[in-house]
Design a protein around this ligand. Structure first.
Ligand code: UDP
Ligand code: MN
Length: 324
């Protein structure tokens, strides 16, 4: 007699069971969709980070700028001029090694503002990370050398002008971002492969208009140097193994110019039209005469910079997953 009751009970149990399974499935679907949206959210955060990488980098640079301003207000370096060191750089196996060496030299120099210009279509993470790790005050730019001016692998180095586009880009940046007579500053062209003593920067800080000094291992001699008249202390000529009769027989690493001079001659820049090896001479002619040059480094008797060149390494394999 109680069969229908039993039947009802098992039906009810079955129904509960089905409801439970449905609820469980709904719960699992809901949970999965939560994970899904979590992944989506992470994905969009990642995309936003990618998109604003440049801006974030800038703000990290701005934090560094503030730190630098605070430091320069707090110590005796306040009266030192800012040295704008302009470094063109391009990708090759030794690039990171070169930039590591010169950035770590600059870390020992007070009041330096490093302007790094990559010879590339876009700024690279390699250079960006190196700059951020250096904690230096840096302006990071890029300017690609036009293909017809690009040095080919087998070309001898003298065959093409190097660093023209990049140095001009740095000059443009200075002219757009600094105002004349607003602060003491000196501009120096600091190629990425040379070797610089920190003493050189003490000399650069003394420049009034255009300062000059010897450069080691260049121009076919152990060092090139301006010749100084001991009585007048003026430059009378140059010792160089290559065209010593150039208007200024001085390597790119052998001079520095007051930033106000750079700003007051906006037409002065480097050009592919200049004769090979005459970039320095033609550029300096905009600003000064031989008689006006200021000899530094103990009256041009000391060498504090060497025109070194790093041998191209022979690499036959790449270790995966290792950033070199
Ligand atoms: N450079 C560059 N792109 C090039 C070749 C050179 O930006 O295709 C840079 C290089 O990194 C260096 C400067 O220009 O800072 C001068 O180049 P390099 O040292 O080869 O010239 P050299 O010492 O022979 O005058
Ligand atoms: Mn070089």
């Amino acid at each position: 007699m109680d069969l229908p009751g039993k039947f009802d009970k098992s039906m009810r149990l079955k129904r509960y069971g089905v409801c439970f399974v449905i609820l469980f499935i709904l719960f699992v679907i809901w949970k999965l969709s939560m994970i899904e949206t979590g992944v989506d959210r992470l994905q969009s955060i990642k995309e936003a980070l990618e998109l604003h990488k440049e801006t974030l980098h800038l703000s990290q640079q701005q934090v560094l700028l503030l730190e630098h301003l605070e430091n320069s207000n707090n110590n005796e370096n306040i009266n030192l001029p800012t040295i704008y060191a302009i470094t063109p750089t391009y990708w090759r196996l030794v690039q990171k090694a070169e930039l590591t060496r010169i950035s770590q030299t600059l870390m020992l120099v007070p009041n330096v503002h490093w302007i790094v210009i990559e010879d590339s279509e876009t700024k690279t993470d390699l250079v960006r990370n190196l700059i951020l790790n250096s904690k230096l005050m840096v302006t990071h730019l890029n300017a690609k050398t036009p293909p017809f001016e690009q040095l080919k692998d087998k070309d001898p180095r003298w065959k093409r002008h190097r660093g023209v586009e990049q140095r001009n880009m740095a000059l443009k940046w200075l002219r757009e971002n600094l105002k004349v007579n607003r602060g003491k500053g000196i501009v120096f062209f600091m190629d990425d492969d040379n070797t610089y003593s920190i003493k050189l920067f003490e000399e650069i800080a003394k420049v009034k208009k255009v300062g000059v000094w010897p450069v080691g291992l260049v121009g076919g001699l152990n060092a090139e140097t301006p010749i100084i008249d001991q009585k007048t202390g003026k430059v009378t000529g140059y010792k160089s193994g290559w065209k010593p009769d150039r208007p200024f027989a001085i390597d790119m690493a052998g001079f520095a110019i007051n930033v106000d001079l750079i700003l007051s001659k906006p037409e002065a820049q480097f050009s592919y039209k200049m004769e090979k090896g005459l970039q320095e001479s033609e550029f300096l002619s905009y600003f000064t005469t031989k008689e006006e040059l200021e000899p530094l480094a103990d009256n041009c008797t000391k060498v504090y910079v060497w025109h070194t060149r790093t041998e191209k390494p022979s690499v036959n394999g790449v270790v995966p997953g290792l950033e070199v």
